[in-house]
Design a binder for this molecule. Structure first.
Ligand SMILES: Cc1ncc(C[n+]2csc(CCOP(=O)(O)OP(=O)(O)O)c2C)c(N)n1
Length: 631
């Protein structure tokens, strides 16, 4: 990589997209190279979404050199491909602190820049947001261009279809750029994906255009004139030559496929498209990871990546860490799947991230990747449960928010035995506010029939999975991102008693710490800190957030004066709130302090930094106990 990067480059003079206007094609191509170098160099140190962003560099330059930002608005779906966008829109220096606490966020955010037209992080929202903006534009009469850029993966999400359906009907001036690289994080799935791959191998748009030109120029007097205007697209001449296209049927003009790394061609197309006054879909073919061979060869590994060595592409691992919760879950499910053939597993486009890939390899007939379709995943599981199977749905906590009603209406109301495995629950770190799994306890707790468990370590996760598959109704297990505590995995998996917590140690100071999930470990560490000052506290592992261990809470309340609840969930409606509700309803007299995530969105940082921000680190828990004792 270039170390004297800034000495003679174009990028150093680009402070906003207006600066692109003076560049010729060769300079834009040179700038694309420099952007890639800069992105690779930075992400190798910060981690981040490398392969998606490299794939979108040329597209970004083509768009930003044709349209006028921020008056024209580009909405990036998910936003994980928008690093070039960030760098070109006034954040070149800030980019060095990508995804770090108080640094540049990993996704577009309206709070960060006027060029970030819409805040994103969860997939498939861009067309809805763009259509909303187009409606607002027309009501105001302001006339700007609105462009949604959506990947083929994000296009598998139901909301994208809902928006296409509506946009085709309203026939507003709206541009959707389909950034098609054939991949979601893993290979893309579904019939739409199959359809797109058939389109991908069609002749290039440029060739099609040439053909049209040839045909039209053979018609005396009119041919050449027609070709020179954008009318040939408007009139649907192209669609005669490019048969039966699903997007055209939905009310969009379809243009494509075009090479998403050919800046000149894309500029030409966008110049034409901006003259059109209807919904248009521009289909560009891109290569995920383009410009960095290790990422081109392994786009899944470099989709979201930690620090890496640029010369080899090897990931730089922190010192040997215990296995992750995900990997322990993965193994346990394979083991259980062998004994119980009714177990089926469902993922919404994240087989690797959720650890279901191993299950898929062992039991391909019982594994279902539904695409980025969390709502469908949950109702699909409900259907399978209603017909005798034992579905395990593994989704990140933050994305399961999508399926609130499906959980409530399709699973809980019918008391169906669906097991929700909510990975990345709590504070996830560098992905920031869009990705924290901060709300699941609150939204699940209010659902009748739901049982909720949170393991104190990776070993307990195994027992919880076994237990959940023995229960009759809906169950959720929530566990954090990253390594476990290093707990030994005791064989074999066994049943946990429903609604029963675990007393880890008993103290005589009148203080009890009652913690949920990964916070048990911090409570134990806090107890050790306090013990150094001869303050011996009781520590309880709640295990079940619902049903609560009411007997244990009563028993503790009878022998303690202070109760501190600790959870990595928002305080509002969470575990501590459940304890407090019970104590209040029973008229129990005990001082209660709740520790958890406050009522605001938490940004990015390391998990440790964010836990500290929320007062959840062991030293902070110990200080809270001291404060409570002093009151
Ligand atoms: C609702 C939701 N579910 C899952 C994810 C996780 N996720 C982030 S990017 C991605 C794949 C997106 O694929 P695509 O849109 O084709 O973009 P590409 O990375 O290929 O450029 C997934 C599944 C998410 N962001 N939002």
């Amino acid at each position: 990589m270039m170390n004297n990067f800034y000495n003679d480059n174009i990028l150093k003079n680009i402070n906003n997209p207006d600066d692109l206007q003076s560049l010729n094609l060769a300079e834009l191509q040179r700038l694309a190279f420099e952007l890639r170098e800069y992105i690779i160099d930075t992400v190798s140190k910060t981690g981040g979404h490398l392969a998606p962003s490299l794939g979108a560099v040329d597209l970004t330059l083509a768009l930003y050199s044709v349209f006028s930002l921020p008056r024209d608005k580009v909405i990036w779906d998910v936003g994980h491909q928008a690093y070039a966008h960030k760098i070109l829109t006034g954040r070149r220096e800030g980019f060095l602190r990508l995804r770090q606490k108080n640094g540049i966020t990993g996704f577009p955010s309206r709070a960060e820049s006027p060029y970030d037209a819409f805040g994103v992080g969860h997939a498939s929202t861009s067309i809805s947001a763009a259509l909303g903006m187009a409606i607002a534009r027309d009501l105001k009469g302001t006339g700007e261009h609105i462009i949604a850029v959506i990947g083929d993966g994000a296009m598998t999400g139901g909301e994208a279809f809902e928006a296409l359906n509506h946009a085709g009907d309203l026939a507003k001036n709206l541009i959707v750029v389909l950034n098609d690289n054939g991949r979601s994080i893993d290979y893309n799935v579904g019939a739409m994906s199959e359809y797109l791959s058939r389109l991908r191998v069609r002749p290039e748009y440029s060739k099609t255009k040439k053909d049209i030109k040839e045909i039209l120029s053979g018609i005396p007097h009119i041919g050449d004139k027609v070709f020179k205007t954008a009318e040939f697209i408007k009139e649907g001449v192209k669609s005669v030559l490019v048969p039966g296209i699903i997007f055209e049927e939905m009310g969009f003009k379809y243009v494509g496929p075009i090479d998403g790394h050919n800046i000149g061609l894309m500029r030409e197309v966008f110049e034409e498209v901006r003259l059109m006054d209807s919904p248009v879909l521009v289909h560009v073919r891109t290569k995920k990871g383009c410009g960095y061979i290790p990422a081109e060869n392994a786009p899944d590994k470099f989709h979201g990546v930690g620090k890496f060595d640029i010369s080899t592409g090897n990931i730089i691992k922190d010192k040997a860490a215990p296995p992750s919760y995900t990997s322990v879950f993965s193994k346990a499910l394979v083991e259980l799947g062998n004994k119980n053939k009714k177990i089926v597993a469902v993922t919404a486009a994240m087989p690797e991230g959720t650890g279901l890939k191993q299950f898929a390899e062992h039991y391909p007939d019982r594994f279902f990747d539904v695409g980025i379709a969390e709502e469908h995943a949950v109702t699909l599981a409900a259907g399978m449960a209603a017909n005798g199977m034992r579905p395990v749905v593994a989704i990140y906590s933050t994305f399961a928010q999508r399926a609130y009603d499906q959980l409530l209406h399709d699973v809980c109301l019918q008391n169906l035995p669906v097991v929700m495995c909510l990975d990345r629950a709590g504070l996830v770190g560098a992905d920031g506010s869009t990705h924290h799994g901060a709300f699941d306890l609150s939204y699940l707790r209010s659902m009748p029939n739901m049982t909720i468990m949170a393991p104190k370590d990776e070993n307990e996760l195994r027992h919880m999975l076994y237990t959940a598959l023995e229960f009759d109704g809906p169950t959720a297990i929530r566990y954090p991102r990253g390594s476990g505590t290093g707990a030994e995995c005791d064989e074999p998996m066994h049943l946990l008693q429903k609604g029963k917590g675990e007393v880890i140690c008993e103290g005589d100071s009148g203080v009890a710490l009652i913690a949920a999930g990964n916070m048990v470990n911090n409570a134990v560490k806090a107890a050790k800190i306090l013990a150094n000052d001869d303050i011996n506290v009781t520590v309880v592992n709640a295990r079940f957030i619902k049903p609560l261990d009411n007997d244990l809470i009563c028993q503790i309340a009878g022998t303690h004066k202070i109760l501190v609840t600790i959870e990595e969930n928002v305080l509002m409606g969470g575990f501590g709130a459940a304890v407090l509700e019970f104590i209040s309803d029973e008229g129990i007299d005990i001082k209660v302090k709740r520790l958890g995530i406050p009522d605001r969105f938490i940004g990015q940082g390391t998990q440790a930094e964010l836990r500290e921000e929320c007062g959840l680190m062991p030293e902070q828990i110990a200080s809270t106990v001291n404060e409570m004792r002093a009151r």
